[in-house]
Design a protein around this ligand. Structure first.
Ligand code: UD1
Ligand code: MG
Length: 476
């Protein structure tokens, strides 16, 4: 049975990035470059869906070749891949050779080796599958992906003879003026017959720059009369990121791809040019995204929401029918029908239950806000648990920090907190209790009681026969 293993080259220093971060950990659309490549390998269509690859199984984790700052990359991806170390970066062929032992230890040893670069985040599973398919069906020794580009570009040029057969790949720095004008370039995705590959790599000579180029295997295969196949793809898919200008170009392409997928899935995006959504974000149909909105991380947004304008949402979960205007949400959960903003901030651990309404300049952190609760103006709710149907008056603050530690505030169902109340935590306001405007509450308030003043005193407690809720006693 034919099997293949994928080797991803990611050992290069990425000098042109001018960064202390390894190149493949730089992000586009919210994911490291290497994560996009590993995702593409994972998504190579399964054998059932892609009949010609029937005999090919991808039963192995990809092998990532690391060198520069290997540990940082390994820590990031953990057991997702195997890792091979290329101690010294002597070129792309040398990098593949570093993975030889790891490949030989695979069981069964794969017949085909798929090689791609860790710095090509736009690569897709489909294109990798096409290269595999052409390679296997043609029983080629070597297959590689090409693209047509208009110079200038720093890609390796594909040199063919008059019959169209591939002779070699010439890197730009070694290309003649005539070769520089060739507009078919090497995209950096290859398949090799592994029984040919290892001996070839062991005998490949250093080139003039003292490096071992994988691309020089093409000239070797051609001179040996081996079968070389090419697959032509689009340049967009294979942009290799070498500097931050290319990083921004990839970001632009990937972002528009993400937005297109969302739009085809039923999300309205009013102005795609002013909307930034990470690759991992999920959004339900009939949700409308207004301009100036940035949605990042593992955010999930339900259907029929209205998000923006001017909104940032990171790593948050929103139910259906939520409205978020000009606000910032981080690590927060909004259940169905929650309305936020304008100008509100939900910080990590904020959980707003069904139909909570939160208005101008509200901030919630590490707190559960019960269903149907209102927090309309200028409030800080931190380290608190609020019941259902609570009303938080303008300017209410949970004073959660005593200078040493954070303390909890509990507000029972139906309680009404008067404007400008300071709740000195730890403190509990009982169900249906009320605080007067400007109260400083430093002791627990019994259920149904009314407290006022600084510090707050009990003005009224509920009488067993008294259905009154004392609205006239405390003016908010
Ligand atoms: C390479 C190709 C070029 C092709 C282009 C497509 C070679 C010699 N040239 O050029 O024909 O058009 O990609 O993007 O292959 N790496 C290692 N170890 C090394 C050197 C590189 O792991 O010793 C890794 C890098 O981390 C990178 C990848 O290999 O992920 C490609 O290396 P890079 O230096 O970016 O090659 P390019 O100049 O882009
Ligand atoms: Mg490159």
């Amino acid at each position: 049975m034919d099997t293949y293993a994928a080797i991803v080259l990611a050992a290069g220093k990425g000098t042109r990035m001018r960064s202390t971060l390894p190149k493949v950990l730089h992000q586009v659309a919210g994911l490291p470059l290497l994560a996009h490549v590993l995702n593409a390998i994972d998504s190579i269509p399964s054998t059932a869906a892609f009949a010609p690859l029937n005999s090919t199984t991808n039963s192995h984790r990809p092998i990532v070749v690391l060198g520069h700052e290997a540990k940082q990359v390994e820590d990031h991806f953990g057991t997702r891949s195997y890792y091979a170390l290329q101690e010294e970066q002597l070129g792309t062929a040398h990098a593949v050779l570093a993975a030889e032992n790891t490949v030989q230890e695979l069981n069964p040893v794969p017949q085909t080796i798929l090689v791609c670069y860790g710095d090509t985040p736009l690569i897709s599973g489909q294109i990798l599958a096409r290269v595999l398919f052409e390679h296997i069906t043609n029983q080629a020794t070597l297959t590689f992906l090409t693209a047509i580009t208009e110079p200038p570009s720093d890609f390796g040029r594909v040199v063919r003879n008059i019959h169209g057969n591939v002779l070699e790949i010439v890197e730009m720095k070694r290309a003649t003026e005539e070769q520089k004008r060739i507009n078919e370039v090497n995209s950096g995705v290859y398949c090799f017959d592994q029984s040919w590959l290892w001996p070839a790599l062991h005998t490949l000579p250093q080139n003039a720059s003292g490096e071992y180029y994988l691309t020089d295997l093409v000239a070797m295969a051609s001179s040996q009369g081996c079968k070389i196949t090419t697959v032509s793809g689009s340049l967009d898919e294979t942009i290799g990121i070498n500097d931050r200008v290319q990083l921004a170009a990839a970001e632009r392409i990937l972002r528009s791809r993400v937005l297109e997928q969302l739009m085809f899935a039923g999300v309205t995006i009013l102005d795609p040019a002013c909307t930034y959504i990470d690759a991992q974000v999920e959004i339900g149909s009939d949700t409308v995204i207004l301009p100036g909105t940035m949605i990042t991380g593992k955010t999930r947004i339900g259907s029929a929401c209205r998000i923006g304008p001017g909104t940032t949402i990171d790593n948050s979960v929103l139910g259906e029918g939520c409205i978020v205007r000009n606000s910032v949400l981080e690590g927060s959960t909004l259940e169905d029908g929650v309305s936020i903003g304008p100008f509100s901030h939900c910080r990590p651990g904020a959980h707003l239950a069904r139909n909570v309404r939160m208005g101008n300049f509200g901030e919630v952190k590490n707190s559960y806000i019960g269903a149907e609760t209102d927090i309309h103006h200028f409030s800080y709710i931190g380290d608190a648990t609020l019941g259902e149907h609570v009303n938080i008056g303008a300017g209410t603050i949970t004073c959660n920090y005593d200078g040493v530690k954070k303390n909890h505030t509990t507000i029972g169902e139906g309680a009404s907190i008067g404007s400008d109340t300071m709740l000195i935590a730890p403190v509990t306001v009982g169900e249906y209790a009320k605080t007067g405007a400007g109260s400083v509450v430093n002791r627990d308030v019994p259920p149904g009681a009314v407290v006022v003043g600084v510090p707050a005193r009990i003005l009224r407690t509920p009488q067993p026969s008294d259905g009154s809720t004392a609205e006239n006693v405390v003016k908010e």
